[in-house]
Design a protein around this ligand. Structure first.
Ligand SMILES: *Cc1c(COP(=O)(O)O)cnc(C)c1O
Length: 371
């Protein structure tokens, strides 16, 4: 038994999918049975029902299920008319897929630095980065915290640019009372298993209020065809599976409760870690759904992570290399100092709707290490 009395405390991974599977088992089993007996495994009524339920949940006209969050970004960009020769302004402090999608459609990601307080794109830096080739702005609601959408939308409006929101980490997050993914021209969501609304495999979705964007996205996900074998353009095989849709319909019913629970875990962390020297805590901003609970440790971050690991606590660094510093993009060091500093300082602690007293164990170990 150690000084905290946790003698039989099991290792705490940064994310544990199993308690949720246990809790939802009867509903998941029923969904599995329904789809297996339906004989329809790709798109079909189950996916249509899920799309309608998500559209109603978000308060948006159309929801289009696709194969992954990455595909949601690629297809949404193409549906918004972004292509070769265009520039898209985005953040360098995100998962690679954000910029990869821009490159994949033949456009160029133009990075601007982040706001160190939110880790999201700094809207003050967007206007100076606009050129005659700029077609769109792609903000990311990183860690579940909505980006400064009013300012971004205002800049887009005054320059005639499209806005695609990367909502992969922010299902259910709200900005001034409205769901993210419904504020710009389109929103791209991911159902990768670890996300706030995660399936049990790959999946993604595009939300939009635009008839044209929805129609184009529907065509692109199905080989560029409205009618089977009457392909009108080169598209993708990027359809959502019926099984994933059925599982996600189960989870959609719980997503508000799960997001509320994530906020409680974050609030508890903030209470327990208040005043610890050498630690910067995330703000409990309204609408934040805490996909990740991410602190800054300005000195010795990697050492702290190692010490936590040696005590069985999983942590992650999202993201250790800002995208502009990856060889594919290869900007010189110092180009975006806030993104580079964040990469050196951030540490995400165990988080999830089923994290109970382990929450307190993690906080007390972190306090001890930093003391
Ligand atoms: C997960 C993620 C994606 C990609 O989603 P996939 O479903 O894994 O393809 C894109 N952007 C961000 C910010 C993400 O976190």
């Amino acid at each position: 038994m150690n000084s905290n009395g946790y003698h039989s405390m099991k290792a705490i991974p940064v994310y544990d999918p199993l308690p949720e599977v246990e809790a939802l088992w009867p509903e998941l089993e029923e969904a599995f049975r329904r789809v297996m007996h339906s004989g329809q495994y790709i798109l079909g009524p189950e996916v249509e029902a899920f799309e309608q339920e998500v559209a109603a949940y978000l308060g948006v006209k159309y929801a289009i299920g696709v194969n992954s969050g990455t595909d949601a970004l690629v297809i949404a960009l193409r549906a918004l008319g972004v292509g070769p020769g265009d520039e898209v302004i985005t953040t360098p402090f995100t998962f690679f897929a954000t910029a990869e999608a821009i490159s994949a459609v033949g456009a160029t990601p133009v990075f601007v630095d982040i706001d160190p307080k939110t880790f999201n794109i700094n809207p003050d830096l967007i206007a100076p980065a606009i050129t005659p080739r700029t077609k769109a702005i792609l903000p990311v609601h990183l860690y579940g915290l909505p980006a400064d959408m009013d300012t971004i939308l205002e800049i887009a409006r005054s320059h005639g640019l499209k806005v695609l929101e990367d909502c992969a980490q922010a299902f259910g997050a709200t900005y001034k009372g409205r769901k993210v993914g419904t504020l710009g021209d389109a929103g791209a969501f991911s159902f990768f298993p670890t996300k706030n609304l995660g399936g049990y495999g790959d999946g993604g979705l595009i939300a939009t209020n635009s008839d044209e964007v929805a129609e184009m996205a529907r065509m692109l996900r199905a080989h560029g065809s409205r009618r089977k074998y009457h392909n009108e353009m080169v598209g993708y095989n990027s359809r959502l599976d019926a099984l994933q849709a059925a599982f996600l319909r189960v989870k959609l019913k719980h997503v508000d409760a799960f997001n509320a629970r994530r906020r409680e875990v974050a609030a508890r962390y903030n209470d327990l870690l208040q005043g610890v020297p050498g630690l910067v805590l995330p703000p409990l901003t309204e609408g934040h759904v805490f996909h990740q609970y991410t602190v800054r440790i300005p000195v010795g971050r990697d050492q702290v992570a190692e010490e936590l690991a040696s005590k069985g606590i999983g942590t992650m660094v999202y993201y250790p290399v800002p995208l502009h510093r990856l060889p594919v993009y290869g900007y010189p060091e110092g180009t975006f100092p806030e993104a580079e500093r964040a990469s050196r300082e951030v540490l995400s602690l165990p988080m999830g709707p089923f994290l109970g007293p382990q929450n307190e164990h993690v906080a007390s170990l972190l306090r001890e290490i930093l003391a």
